[in-house]
Design a protein around this ligand. Structure first.
Ligand code: SAM
Length: 345
């Protein structure tokens, strides 16, 4: 007799699932496959070559991901650096597509990319088993876009990538835009039109203090309320009901029913209480929060010859210690030891 997902669900021990000491269930794993990036976005990189951490062989990431999946992870997002620069990306996705969750379902597989290589890679990524991509795009006007990425020709490359991803069926297609006052906040209304014209979900993200340099101030953050008010003035919005409790974006539809935008507001409206995420860096360290001061060397344990059982126990212990929340903007806030490009956004 075969076992249905519902039957499997009822017999999965609740002890197997990853939870932290604040009662949150962790089911979302973000894996950085490299910290190399072909862009030098002004709000992320200094423009100088920073430290490079190790990239591990694909099989080592797959072993560690498999362990997380055996502990209840249902969604894996590959990131970086720029994950599409990663040698063997299609093979890694092909292997991930074969994995099954504790409930016998395929994993939800997504990639966050700057989109530069997506024009040629979208169809092969879909064929390898990828479900969705999120493309980072910080302007809809080429001049502003390329002042941010510091790469000539990047705007047209990314636009072609977005269209190729949509044509390949990597949908719903999300575009993430980090807003910085004085840099690209003049793009807000343009992005609202872009969402409708290109049939994509544009999500504005508040800038967090995770850059290599020292750009962040409270004033540079464009808060959720301001974004909503500005768009509402030109294209009326209505807030949509959240689909689940760990959703990070507040979602808004246009009142004529065509198009959607989202706002991710970790600074003005933190959602740490509903966080279901944990991260694995490109050198195999677990980070339980973007703002963690400590990292937990899972790959160090692998290299030391730990068994799968010992590695599972290590992951469990580490996740138990997940931070309750971040402390952005509070006195004594400490920037994490690594910047976003090295942590994996
Ligand atoms: N290269 C890929 C990309 O561009 O999407 C993946 C890595 S990138 C670090 C992931 C995301 O983090 C991008 O959407 C980027 O805009 C965002 N990001 C980088 N620094 C950030 C910051 N300080 N605050 C908020 N988001 C940031």
């Amino acid at each position: 007799m075969s076992t249905s997902p519902t039957m499997v669900s009822s017999i999965v021990s609740s002890d197997a699932r990853l939870t932290d000491s604040h009662g949150r269930v962790i089911h979302d794993l973000r894996v950085s496959l490299t910290d190399r990036c072909n862009y030098k976005c002004i709000y992320c990189r200094t423009g100088q070559e920073g430290p490079q951490f190790a990239e591990l062989p694909g099989a080592e990431y797959l072993r560690m991901i498999r362990l997380f999946v055996s502990l209840g992870i249902t969604k894996v997002r590959l990131t970086g650096g720029e994950p599409l620069l990663r040698h063997g990306i299609l093979e890694i996705i092909g292997e991930l597509a074969k994995m099954r969750t504790l409930w016998g379902e395929p994993l939800e597989l997504a990639v966050t990319t700057n989109g530069h290589l997506l024009d040629s890679l979208a169809a092969p990524l879909k064929a390898a088993g990828l479900n969705r991509v999120t493309v980072s795009m910080d302007a809809v006007e080429a001049g502003t876009f390329e002042r941010i990425t510091r790469v000539p020709g990047s705007f047209n490359a990314v636009l072609s990538g977005v269209r190729a991803a949509r044509a390949a069926g990597l949908t719903p297609l999300k575009i993430n835009c980090v807003l910085l006052r004085g840099f690209n906040d003049d793009q807000i209304e343009g992005f609202a039109h872009f969402a409708r014209e290109e049939d994509v979900i544009v999500r504005f993200i508040e800038f967090m203090p995770l850059e290599e340099g020292r750009l962040w101030t409270p004033e540079i953050v464009v808060p959720l309320n301001e974004i909503v008010e500005r768009i509402h003035r030109v294209l009326p919005l209505v807030e949509l009901t959240p689909r689940d409790s760990s959703e990070t974006a507040r979602r808004y539809g246009f009142t004529d029913g065509r198009g959607e935008i989202g706002i991710i507001a970790p600074v003005s409206q933190p959602f740490c209480g509903a966080c279901s995420r944990v991260r694995l860096t490109s050198d195999g360290k677990i980070r339980t929060c973007l703002f963690s001061q400590a990292e937990h060397d899972l790959y160090g344990q692998v290299r030391a010859g730990a068994s799968d059982e010992q590695l599972r126990a290590f992951i469990h212990r580490t996740v138990q210690g997940k931070e309750a929340r971040h402390h952005i903007g509070e006195p004594g806030f400490l920037k994490p030891s690594r910047s976003m490009v090295h942590i994996g956004g």
